[in-house]
Design a protein around this ligand. Structure first.
Ligand code: NDP
Ligand code: MG
Ligand code: MG
Length: 341
């Protein structure tokens, strides 16, 4: 069993007298900045001029500066702008302000793994990657708990990079839940694979096909929505609590038998070959390049794919149904019916 690090293994005082610049104030940025601040760390948020996030950060009483100013003031620079913008922000505003012995932190290894950012040899390069969405990271911290996190050390210029990463993880609640050490390569490749093959890509496609199969057979869309999307959360909660075995323990014998006989018909062995091909494209950098090339082209392919998927009939069915649900609340800034994030 791999080592796990908890609160007792991390020393927040490693960060005392240091300034942490959190660059970006989105999903992860707001969670890191607020929780580090609440843990007693000196935080400055770095945002581009005219950033739409500025007011939100200031409202929370955080210091806000330009990315360049924040990077200059900081000993630790955590880059939490979207992956596709990190290289430009780094080159233009962070690199010129990095001093020897500073630390460059990430929550995902994408830009280091695929070489879009190449930091100088005299800075620490480390990762603290919470294994959950930013809004959950913050919610759990405020509740006195935490979301498990990964740390990784790519470059240990000071000899203290791991202590620093553990202290940072403690400051955002990660060591309350447990922290595992990995490498930038392992985190990047497994994270991309997990989200593409299973969590986001795989699950979304499974839900859409399930919905299409039922509605094309004449069943009501509202019923189909409940059966293939809404209940998914209930099943996944059981998996998280006790693995597939607890999920199968809780469902009816009918459901469990159907799981064994029909699961492998739907997700047939060729699906595993497809997964291997997806993994190969991640490892070779082909996926990263397709994503970054499209970004350089104004994100055209991305916008088309987003639009096409938002127009899937399960989305309008769900929007109407959720209006009637008294028990679902949005406790973040997500707005139904828009792609705005
Ligand atoms: P978001 O998309 O939520 O980040 C948005 C923030 O970045 C906003 O403050 C935005 O400012 C700012 N920003 C966007 N473009 C620029 C730019 N060119 N220059 C300066 N600031 C910019 O990012 P996430 O939190 O989703 O992701 C951040 C990192 O965390 C990524 O590496 C991601 O892989 C990783 N990660 C994310 C997780 C998540 O839960 N989302 C989970 C684990 C890791 P403005 O409002 O002005 O646009
Ligand atoms: Mg990811
Ligand atoms: Mg059922």
């Amino acid at each position: 069993m791999t080592d796990l690090y908890y609160d007792d293994d991390a020393d927040l005082s490693v960060l005392s007298g240091k300034t942490v610049a959190v660059i970006g104030y989105g999903s992860q940025g707001h969670a890191h900045a607020l929780s580090l601040r609440d843990s007693g760390v000196d935080v400055v948020v770095g945002l581009k001029e005219g950033s739409s996030s500025r007011a939100k950060a200031e409202e929370q009483g955080l210091k806000v500066a330009t990315v360049a100013e924040a990077a200059k003031a900081a000993d630790v620079v955590m880059i939490l702008v979207p992956d596709q913008h990190q290289a430009a922000v780094y080159a233009e505003e962070i690199a010129p302000n990095l001093e020897s012995g500073n630390a460059l932190f990430f929550s995902h290894g994408f830009n280091i793994r695929f070489g879009y950012i190449q930091p100088p040899a005299d800075v620490d390069v480390a990762m603290v990657a919470p294994k959950g969405p930013g809004h959950v990271v913050r919610r759990e911290y405020e509740a006195g708990r935490g979301v498990p996190a990964l740390i990784a050390i790519e470059q240990d210029a000071t000899g203290k990079a791991k202590d620093l990463a553990l202290a940072y993880a403690k400051g955002i609640g990660g060591t309350r839940a447990g922290v595992i050490e990995t490498t930038f390569t392992e985190e990047t490749e497994t994270d991309l694979f997990g989200e593409q093959a299973v969590l986001c890509g795989g699950a979304s496609q499974l839900v859409q096909y399930g919905f299409e199969t039922l509605t094309e057979a004449g069943y009501k869309p509202e019923i189909a929505y409940f059966e293939v999307l809404h209940e998914l959360k209930l099943i996944v909660d059981l998996m998280v609590e006790g693995g597939l075995t607890k999920q199968r323990w809780s469902i009816s014998d009918t459901a469990e038998f159907g799981d064994y006989v029909s699961g492998p018909r739907v997700i047939s062995p060729e699906v595993k070959d497809n997964m291997k091909a997806v993994l190969a494209d991640i490892q070779s950098g082909a996926f990263a390049q397709r994503f970054m090339d499209d970004q350089r082209n104004g994100g055209k392919e991305f916008a088309e794919l987003r639009k096409k998927n938002e127009e899937h009939p399960i989305e309008s069915t769900g929007r109407e149904l959720r209006k009637l649900f008294s028990w679902i609340t949005q406790d973040d800034d997500y707005t139904e019916g828009t792609a705005a994030r």
